[in-house]
Design a protein around this ligand. Structure first.
Ligand code: SF4
Length: 464
C-alpha cells in the first residue's frame, strides 16, 4: 500500500512556502496510515523538478525548511511502504527521471505491476538504465522507448503526450493509481480494473487528487469524483481533459481497502469503510451463536465491526484493549522482528473491564497470526474468563500481487492451517471468521471487487 496526492493550483503560481507545499504536505500527512517507510514531495518550477524525500513518517521526513523550496503550480506527494523493491533511498517516491522526450518527469504510484519483470527486461534490452528496484520507474522508462499509440483522438493540446502515455499504459499490467508531472502538467491515471482508489477533488484555487478523501478534508477541498478505471486525466493551464485508454467491463476494486487499509472516514469506491466495516460486524454476528459478556475491538481497524457486532447481538461494547497511537501499524511494518516488537508496544489490556468476563474480541483480519496470538495472551493474562476471537473477513489464503505486502503463501496462516489449528495456535476458546458471502453482503456491487486473497481467483495473471 501507498498513499498518493497531487495538486494543481488554478490561480496564481505559488512562490514558496504557502499553498502548494501546504497542500502537498498535509495531503500525505492524512494518508500516513497507507505507508510509513518514507515520504516525498516534488514540484515543477521553470522546467525542473524539485524533490524532497526521505525515510520515515511525513513529520520526520520533510522539514519546514525543505518545503520552502517547493514552488510553482503543480506538486505530487507520496507515502510508501514497499510492495515491490526494497526500502532503499532510490525507491523512495516521487521518482524523478530525465526523459529524452519530455525533460524531467516525476511519478508517484500506488499498486503493483504484475508484468514488471518482463517490462524491466525489455527496457534494459533497449538500453534504458533503471536506477530503482521498484516497479514504479518503468512507467517513466517506457515513456522514452514506446511508439505512439494513436487510437485515442487526443485533444490538440496534448497531441505529443497522449499517444505515448496510452502506449505506456497499454503495456503495463496489474494495479496502478498514478500521478505524474510531465511538462508542468499534472496527470492522473488508473488501471483498467481499478484495483486501488484514486479520487479527484477541488477547491476554488486548486484541483487535487488523492488515494482517499481524508486528504481532501484536511485541506478543505471538496470531493468531486473518482478517476475511473482506464482513465487518464490531465490538468494544466488550459483546464482539465479526460481520455480513456481502456473500457473495462468489470472492475476489480480491492476489498481489503474496506476490510483494513483505508481510513474509516474516507469515501472510497463510493462507500465509507466505516459503514462497510460496521455491516461486516453485523454479518459476523448473524453467523455467530457464541454467548459473551462484552464485545471488544482490536483498535483501531476492528472498532467499526465490533460496534456492528455488539449492536446486532445486543452485547455491551467496551474498550478492552487500549492502543498506544504512537506506534506504527503492525501489518505494514516491513520485517518480522519489527512486527513482533510493535505488537508488544502497541496494545495494553484494560484490566478493569476484562477481568472475569467472557470476551468476544473482534479484529478485521488474521494475516500472519502474530498479533492475534499476542492479543489472546494479553486478554487471558488480564483475567478474561473466555476469549472468543472473531474476524470480520474470511481467512486470507493467498498473497496479494496488486499492491499489498503479503508476499508468500507460507506467511499466511490460513493457507496451510485449518480454522481449528489456527484457534489452537492463537490460544482462543473459539475462533470464527466472517464468510465470503457475509463479506460481500457488506458492500454495494459485490461483483465489482477483487477477492483473490480469500479465494485464489486472481483477476490478472502474474508474469515473471
Ligand atoms: S488480492 Fe486481496 S488484497 Fe490484493 S487486491 Fe485482491 S482483494 Fe485486495
Amino acid at each position: 500500500m501507498c498513499g498518493v496526492f497531487g495538486v494543481y493550483l488554478t490561480e496564481d503560481e505559488d512562490v514558496g512556502f504557502s499553498k502548494l507545499a501546504t497542500f502537498a504536505y498535509f495531503g500525505i500527512y492524512s494518508l500516513q496510515h497507507r505507508g510509513q517507510e518514507s515520504a516525498g514531495i516534488c514540484s515543477y518550477v521553470n522546467g525542473e523538478i524539485v524533490r524532497i524525500a526521505n525515510k520515515g513518517l511525513v513529520l520526520d521526513a520533510i522539514s519546514k525548511e525543505d518545503i520552502k523550496n517547493l514552488k510553482g503550480k503543480v506538486a505530487i506527494s507520496h507515502v510508501r511502504y514497499s510492495t515491490a523493491g526494497d526500502d532503499s533511498f532510490e525507491n523512495i517516491q516521487p521518482i524523478v527521471r530525465s526523459s529524452s522526450r519530455f525533460g524531467e518527469v516525476a511519478i508517484v504510484h500506488n499498486g503493483n505491476l504484475t508484468n514488471y519483470h518482463l517490462i524491466r527486461r525489455m527496457l534494459e534490452k533497449n538500453g534504458v538504465n533503471l536506477k530503482c528496484t521498484s516497479d514504479t520507474e518503468v512507467f517513466l522508462g517506457l515513456l522514452d522507448v514506446v511508439e505512439k499509440d494513436n487510437s485515442i483522438a487526443s485533444h490538440i493540446l496534448d497531441e505529443e503526450l497522449i499517444p505515448y502515455l496510452v502506449s505506456v499504459l497499454k503495456l503495463v499490467e496489474g494495479a496502478y493509481s498514478i500521478l505524474m508531472i510531465i511538462n508542468g502538467k499534472l496527470i492522473a491515471a488508473r488501471d483498467p480494473l481499478g484495483f486501488r482508489p484514486l479520487l479527484m477533488g477541488r477547491r476554488k484555487d486548486a484541483i487535487v487528487f488523492a488515494s482517499e478523501t481524508c486528504a481532501f478534508d484536511i485541506i478543505e477541498a471538496d470531493y468531486w469524483r473518482e478517476v475511473k478505471p482506464g482513465e487518464i486525466t490531465i490538468v494544466d493551464e488550459n483546464g482539465i481533459r479526460t481520455y480513456f485508454f481502456s473500457k473495462s467491463q468489470n472492475t476489480k476494486k480491492c476489498i481489503f481497502e474496506h476490510v483494513y487499509f483505508a481510513r474509516p472516514d474516507s469515501l472510497i469506491f463510493s462507500e465509507y469503510p466505516y459503514n462497510v466495516r460496521k455491516k461486516m460486524g453485523m454479518e459476523l454476528a448473524k453467523e455467530d451463536d457464541v454467548e459473551a459478556d462484552i464485545v471488544i475491538p482490536v483498535p483501531d481497524s476492528g472498532m467499526p465491526a465490533a460496534i456492528g457486532y455488539s449492536q446486532y447481538k445486543n452485547i455491551p461494547y467496551e474498550m478492552g484493549l487500549i492502543r498506544n497511537h504512537y506506534i506504527g501499524r503492525t501489518f505494514i511494518a516491513p520485517s518480522q522482528d519489527i512486527r513482533n516488537l510493535s505488537v508488544l508496544m502497541k496494545l495494553n489490556p484494560n484490566k478493569g473491564i476484562i477481568k472475569d468476563k467472557s470476551v468476544v474480541v473482534i479484529d478485521d483480519s488474521i494475516v500472519r497470526g502474530t498479533t492475534s496470538k499476542r492479543i489472546v495472551n494479553l486478554l487471558k493474562e488480564a483475567g478474561a474468563k473466555e476469549v472468543h476471537m472473531r474476524i470480520a473477513s474470511p481467512p486470507v489464503i493467498g498473497p496479494c500481487y496488486y499492491g499489498i505486502d503479503t508476499p508468500t503463501k507460507e506467511e499466511l496462516m490460513a493457507s496451510h492451517m485449518s480454522v481449528e489449528d489456527i484457534r489452537k495456535f492463537i490460544g482462543a476458546n473459539s475462533l470464527k471468521y466472517l464468510s465470503l458471502e457475509g463479506l460481500m453482503r457488506s458492500v454495494q456491487d459485490p461483483d465489482s471487487f477483487c477477492d483473490a486473497c480469500f479465494t485464489d481467483n486472481y483477476p490478472v495473471e502474474i508474469k515473471l
